[in-house]
Write a protein that binds this ligand. Structure first.
Ligand code: SF4
Length: 305
């Protein structure tokens, strides 16, 4: 078996879907986790040498992170995500990710993988098996998995507490996948601009537990769908959706979200980000959107007076 002392964790996709989990898991079984840095234009430069031009932007960024780990680790971890929520499925790209990486960005790095499928077995059981496969004995495997699951629960709770503590009833909800909302290259400039405009922003969180299946079976898309249906309009001034170029599911779902917002009278802005998106253009659209929401609120209060 491969002797793995340092394992690479690319800062993309599964890293954000399971916040805090992987560092605690690998540390617990005695393997040092090595996390790639924050996304930047350099990440896209690295991706350009190894990533498929047809990949979605989030996948290219993931490839850039993989490449940045080359030569620094004994192996990289790339799970096959089939379902992160019972009775739901992931984007098909996640099912092929380890294979696509082995012939692409991780062609020169050994890949450790595991199939995560909540429709087949709970995450805890999958992780215990992975820990044993990586050489941990029964006690160590169980202990590290429990510690990792606790670390993830704490991280998710921290995000929810941050959202609850936003001191405004006029916040904007930022919609997207965890790996797009938390990626600095994709959404960093958007968050910074909104902060400069003194707008409070809440990021969509995905720790709400299983929801009833809706017409939407994709995991994260289903959470967004329910969130928009249930959004408390007294707490939010509007919704800003971040979508990334070449995202197939987004191209199907965005129109559905737009229609929900229209029917519920929620101001909605869609920002499509690609690797060449200019910050100035995004900032202008954000300013225009915030102005229009502000005018709308002013007119509403005038009509009520
Ligand atoms: S959901 Fe969209 S952004 Fe995410 S991996 Fe699939 S295609 Fe890429």
């Amino acid at each position: 078996m491969l002797n793995i002392r340092r394992i690479g964790i690319p800062r993309g996709f599964y890293y954000y879907i399971y916040p805090g989990l992987w560092e605690a898991f690998f540390s617990g079984i005695g393997i040092e986790p090595v996390l790639s840095g924050e996304s930047s234009p350099k990440t896209l430069e690295l991706a350009a040498s190894c990533s498929e031009s047809e990949h979605c932007l989030a996948h290219k960024i993931f490839d850039g992170h993989l490449k940045s780990l080359q030569g620094r680790v004994d192996a990289v971890f790339i799970p096959r995500l089939l379902s992160i929520k019972k009775r739901h499925i992931c984007c098909a790209k996640f099912g092929a990710l380890p294979d696509a990486s082995r012939v692409g960005a991780a062609a020169h790095i050994p890949v450790i993988s595991a199939e995560l499928d909540e429709n087949k077995e709970p995450l805890k059981r999958t992780l215990i098996r992975l820990a044993k496969d990586l050489g941990a004995n029964k006690d160590k495997a169980l202990h590290s998995v429990l510690a990792a699951l606790t670390a993830m629960a704490e991280e998710k709770e921290k995000r929810k507490t941050e959202a609850r503590n936003i001191p405004s009833t006029e916040r904007f909800l930022l919609l997207g996948h965890s790996y797009t909302l938390e990626d600095d290259f994709i959404s960093g400039s958007i968050k910074r601009k909104l902060k400069a405009l003194d707008i409070f922003v809440e990021l969509m969180t995905f720790g709400e537990g299983p929801k009833e299946p809706s017409p939407v079976r994709w995991c994260t898309f289903n959470s967004i769908y329910h969130r928009l249906q249930e959004l408390d309009l007294s707490q939010y001034a509007g919704v800003i959706q971040i979508s990334t170029f070449n995202c197939g599911p987004d191209s199907v779902m965005v129109d559905k979200y737009r229609r929900i917002c229209r029917s519920r009278n929620i101001p909605y802005l869609l920002l499509m980000i690609d690797e060449h998106t200019a910050t100035a253009g995004i900032e202008t659209r954000l300013e225009a959107f915030c102005d229009s929401v502000w005018w709308r609120q002013k007119m509403k209060s005038c009509n009520q007076a």
